[in-house]
Design a protein around this ligand. Structure first.
Ligand SMILES: [Zn+2]
Length: 238
């Protein structure tokens, strides 16, 4: 007797094995401390263009060779910045004084791909993941960053074609961040593959509300929080 694997069966099988999904709600008191660093080697100029369907638009970073590309060092590896996109509201939830229900106005995902190159970082931990995603929360505030470059960047989501620069204000705020939560998770869109190393920074970026307005129609929907199951969620600060 042969049995055929219908897509229904595959779907229900995946329902059973899914246990390391993202996003999650982070409860700081349930996380464990681990000494861990993330080192930025982002360049001052990060150029790219918006690509993708409505609701799944990504800022695709131009591939400009090993010298000019932007990287981070995490674990025993080097990772190259490949794509950026936005969620409004945030996908991750963080129990924090800064938020009533754990959610933030927006979340930016910086997707990094592993570089096959030996690097000495002092951290021996290998991340067996296809991507490293850095998540930053965003708070809209009247004291937040505002500039013509920020406005034209988020507006370019819509027009989609021309080459744009990631605004310096974003690069400046992100590369200063040090405290983060860290866990093994998944894509937050189909097929929800469980092959992502997630770093979610504790402090939100501060942007002016008018800056974020143009991104509304192009942002990806926020997926609801998924169970932790047997996972550890770590943090790199006491
Ligand atoms: Zn995302």
């Amino acid at each position: 007797m042969t049995s055929t694997l219908t897509s229904d069966k595959v779907e229900s099988f995946l329902e059973v094995v899914r246990e390391q999904e993202s996003p999650i709600r982070i409860y700081p008191e349930q996380t464990a401390f681990i000494s861990k660093k993330l080192q930025f080697d982002w360049k001052e100029v990060i150029q790219g263009h918006f690509d993708g369907d409505e609701g799944h638009k990504n800022f695709v970073v131009d591939d400009c060779g090993s010298k000019e590309s932007s990287f981070v060092f995490f674990g025993s590896q080097k990772w190259k910045l490949a794509k950026i996109h936005f969620h409004r509201r945030s996908e991750h939830l963080l129990e924090s004084k800064l938020s009533k229900d754990g959610s933030f106005d927006a979340e930016i995902h910086f997707i990094h791909a592993p570089v096959k190159e030996h690097v000495e970082t002092g951290d021996k931990m290998i991340e067996p993941s296809e991507n490293l995603v850095l998540g930053t929360f965003v708070v809209e505030s009247s004291a937040g960053a505002k500039s013509d470059e920020l406005m034209s960047f988020f507006s370019a989501c819509e027009s989609g074609e021309k080459t744009v620069r990631l605004p310096p204000e974003i690069i400046k705020q992100v590369t200063k961040l040090e405290h983060f939560y860290f866990y093994r998770g998944s894509l937050t869109t189909k097929p929800y593959s469980e092959n992502i190393s997630w770093v979610v920074f504790e402090s939100p970026l501060q942007l002016d509300k008018t800056v974020l307005d143009p991104i509304c129609p192009t942002t990806q929907e926020a997926r609801k929080g998924q169970p932790w199951n047997r996972r550890f969620v770590l943090r790199n600060f006491e």
